[in-house]
Structure formats: structure tokens, C-alpha cells
Design a protein around this ligand. Sequence first.
Ligand SMILES: *[C@@H]1O[C@H](CO)[C@@H](O)[C@H](O)[C@H]1NC(C)=O
Ligand SMILES: *[C@@H]1O[C@H](CO)[C@@H](O)[C@H](O)[C@H]1NC(C)=O
Ligand SMILES: *[C@@H]1O[C@H](CO)[C@@H](O)[C@H](O)[C@H]1NC(C)=O
Ligand SMILES: *[C@@H]1O[C@H](CO)[C@@H](O)[C@H](O)[C@H]1NC(C)=O
Length: 199
Amino acid sequence: MASIIHLSKLHILILLVFCSCFLHNTYVTSVTLSLDTDKQTLFYMKSKTITQPPDALATWDPNTSPCNWTRVSCGDHGQRVVDVDLSGLGISGPVNPHIGNLSFLRTLQLQENQFQGIIPETITNLLRLRILNISFNSIQGAIPANISRCMKLRIVDFMQNKLSGSIPEDLTLLVNLQILNLAGNHLSGSIPPSIGNLL
Ligand SMILES: *[C@@H]1O[C@H](CO)[C@@H](O)[C@H](O)[C@H]1NC(C)=O
Ligand SMILES: *[C@@H]1O[C@H](CO)[C@@H](O)[C@H](O)[C@H]1NC(C)=O
Ligand SMILES: *[C@@H]1O[C@H](CO)[C@@H](O)[C@H](O)[C@H]1NC(C)=O
Ligand SMILES: *[C@@H]1O[C@H](CO)[C@@H](O)[C@H](O)[C@H]1NC(C)=O
């Protein structure tokens, strides 16, 4: 009897330790990333980007709120950036890994540019992402295996890039997926039939 009680106390202790770690992580995340870091991230990305026309992102001025910038939207209470649309701006070069700091992002539209290089692994930090469109670029390499971390993904459009490697099995974990377009790449394997709500 005594040992059973002892065990359950130990369990509770383990649970408490686990819970406090979890809370601690949540806390750290919410204090390190903010509307201000969203602004820094976007402004940093802009500083590495040449657009066509060159003044397309002229409103991305660090003295104003990013919620006021063109092609950027914030959530209902204006606390964080939720949508970024950089489509059709003639952008070349890599997708900036800093994108992974926009932790409240729901929509990321990078289609119709000349983005090169890989899909940065940091994109798997965007746990609220619902729409990811990078179609019509020159993105190469593999689809990040951890893409399933972005559990809210509904629309994934990678059409017409240079992606290679096998289609990750992990995609089957994206239960909210409605559209998955991988056409026009160099991917091997087939789309697992059990993916999300795909027909
Ligand atoms: C956003 O833009 C409006 C109108 O242009 C301006 O009145 C407001 O001060 C701006 N807000 C911030 C935080 O930059
Ligand atoms: C943003 O992300 C980059 C690369 O992932 C990282 O090095 C940087 O420290 C981050 N910045 C902030 C403000 O969190
Ligand atoms: C992604 O962008 C392309 C190019 O603008 C567009 O044709 C396509 O409909 C978009 N994909 C989805 C699923 O909305
Ligand atoms: C992604 O998955 C690999 C194993 O497949 C793991 O080693 C890595 O830590 C994961 N990265 C993230 C950001 O979760």
C-alpha cells in the first residue's frame, strides 16, 4: 500500500515537473516574439530583398506599425502579424529563414517570384500556418519532413518549382489539408492516399 501511494506521489511530481516545463516554454515564446519582433523580422527581410517595382514595399517603414504596411495584415486585435503576401514582386534569392519568427502567421504567399534555394526548416515553427503558397518559383531541395508540425495547414501549393526527393510520409499527419499541389516538381513517390481530407 505504502509503495502504491509513494508511486502515485512520484507520478504527480513528474506531472508537475512536466507541466511547469511546458508552461515555461510557452511563457518564453510569448515574451520573446511580439509585434515588435514581427516588425524587425519583416524589415530585416525587406533589407535583403529587391522587388519589382523597387518601391513596392515602401510602406515597410520601421517608424510605423507593420499592421499598416502593404501586403501585411495583423490579427483582430492588432497584436501580431498573421498574413504576409509577397507574391508577384520579382523577388529572387533564398526564402529568409527569419520567416520562422512570425509565429502567428496564418497565410504566407510567396508565389510567382524567382525564389531559389530550399524551403527553410524554420517554416515548421509556424504552427498556426493555414495557407502556404510558394508556387511558380525555383525552390529546390526537399519538402521539410517536419512540415507536419504545422498542423493547421489547409492549403499547400508548391506547384512549378524544383523540389526533389520523396514526398514525405509526414504529410498524412496534416489532418486539415484540403488542397495539396505538388505538380511541376521533381518529386518522387506518390501522395499518400490517406492525406487529410483530400479526395
Ligand atoms: C496607421 O496608419 C494610419 C493612417 O495612415 C495612421 O493614422 C496611424 O497612426 C498609423 N498607425 C501606426 C501605429 O503606425
Ligand atoms: C529570428 O530567426 C533567426 C533565424 O531563425 C534567428 O537567428 C533570430 O535570432 C530570430 N530573431 C528573433 C528576434 O527572434
Ligand atoms: C497559389 O498561387 C497561384 C499563383 O498565383 C495561384 O494560381 C493558385 O491558385 C494559388 N493556390 C491556391 C491553392 O490558392
Ligand atoms: C525535424 O525532424 C528531425 C528528424 O526528422 C529532427 O531531428 C529535428 O529536430 C526536427 N526539427 C524541428 C524544428 O522540429
